[in-house]
Design a binder for this molecule. Sequence first.
Ligand SMILES: NC(=O)C1=CN([C@@H]2O[C@H](COP(=O)(O)OP(=O)(O)OC[C@H]3O[C@@H](n4cnc5c(N)ncnc54)[C@H](OP(=O)(O)O)[C@@H]3O)[C@@H](O)[C@H]2O)C=CC1
Ligand SMILES: CCCCCCCCCCCCCCCC(=O)[C@@H](N)CO
Length: 341
Amino acid sequence: MDGWSSCLTTTATVAGAYLAWYAVCAWQCRRAMPALRLRGSHCYVTGGSAGLGEHLANLLAEAGANVTIVARNQDRLLAAQKRIQGHCADPEQQRIVAISADVANAAEGTRALHRAIKAQQGQAPKYVFACAGLTTPRFFLEYRPQDFEQTMQVNYFGALHTIQEAAKLMIQHEVKGGRVVTVSSQAGLLGIPGYSEYTPTKAALRMLTETLYYELAIYGIAAHCFLPANIRTPGFEHENQTKPEITRIIDGDDEAMDPRDCAQCMLDGMAKGYPNITSDWLGDIVRATCRGVGPANNMALDTLFVFLGWFLVPLWRVIVWWQAKSCRQAEAAQRKQVLSQ
Ligand SMILES: NC(=O)C1=CN([C@@H]2O[C@H](COP(=O)(O)OP(=O)(O)OC[C@H]3O[C@@H](n4cnc5c(N)ncnc54)[C@H](OP(=O)(O)O)[C@@H]3O)[C@@H](O)[C@H]2O)C=CC1
Ligand SMILES: CCCCCCCCCCCCCCCC(=O)[C@@H](N)CO
């Protein structure tokens, strides 16, 4: 009897101590973050001439923001600028600025920010969205060395240089409640065959954002990482031209999201103060499972997602393994061909 009661007391003490610790951690998750105030703010969107970036710019214009879009192709930029202007809540008051720059080039990318401030009558960006990014999926063995480097240059370094300069400018201009957003992907959380040129760039962004989540807080700047699943965009059409069949099957390309809904999802996540914003419940499971020691969105929900992951992750592995096995013959033939070249 004594043994039982001491066992129960120990279990209750451990459970109670854990619950208290959980409550402390959950409380720590409730970050005090100034509310999103888009009206009248300067929002800076790289990759704003197409896809996710353009639809985000539309939403920002509808909310009354001054928007700057950045991309390389001048014609597409000007066409997008016109379309975004059509979304302004108050066209007389709002400024929609378009700047041509290659964000992969550090000097060009940072110059674009300075040009944007000038064009926005001295107003520094308050919300910075690093959307520019791309992928050309292939089998690992088919890529040339420069393919990996170029994608890293645009997706990772493009976002990094923009965010670093933007943070400096926010501090200089004493912008209050500034936020930076990197656009990673669900593919920055898990490995998918066919995305070897892409997933490391998105994983790198995730870790950069986690670091900045803590570090930029020193200056009162919040950092978010957006990790969406497939989105129906021109970029998605481009990637589908080279996407191996196994990649198409695994990432379920028929379920691609509407880009406007996806952009809205990003803004909703920012409004809730989520450090890592996902676009669907599978993404939430993967995000919570991959969280490591990073910040949670919501301790209770994230714990539930991890629990669901216990059952779904092994299933996911079986599916990927089975897909890989079922196209092993084709892959082996391809590998032979590439290696014999
Ligand atoms: N579509 C999808 O399924 C998913 C996309 N993502 C990510 O979301 C982001 C947006 O994707 P999506 O909307 O599909 O992309 P799109 O290809 O549709 O649009 C990309 C935009 O980025 C611009 N851009 C590309 N490279 C550069 C560069 N070097 N410098 C400046 N601007 C550049 C493009 O204009 P221009 O070519 O004229 O420079 C265009 O405005 C990307 O980071 C992508 O990786 C994440 C998950 C899923
Ligand atoms: C819980 C365990 C189960 C895990 C299931 C996860 C399902 C993942 C689906 C993969 C979606 C990847 C989208 C990448 C999109 C992307 O970034 C490209 N289209 C590039 O533009």
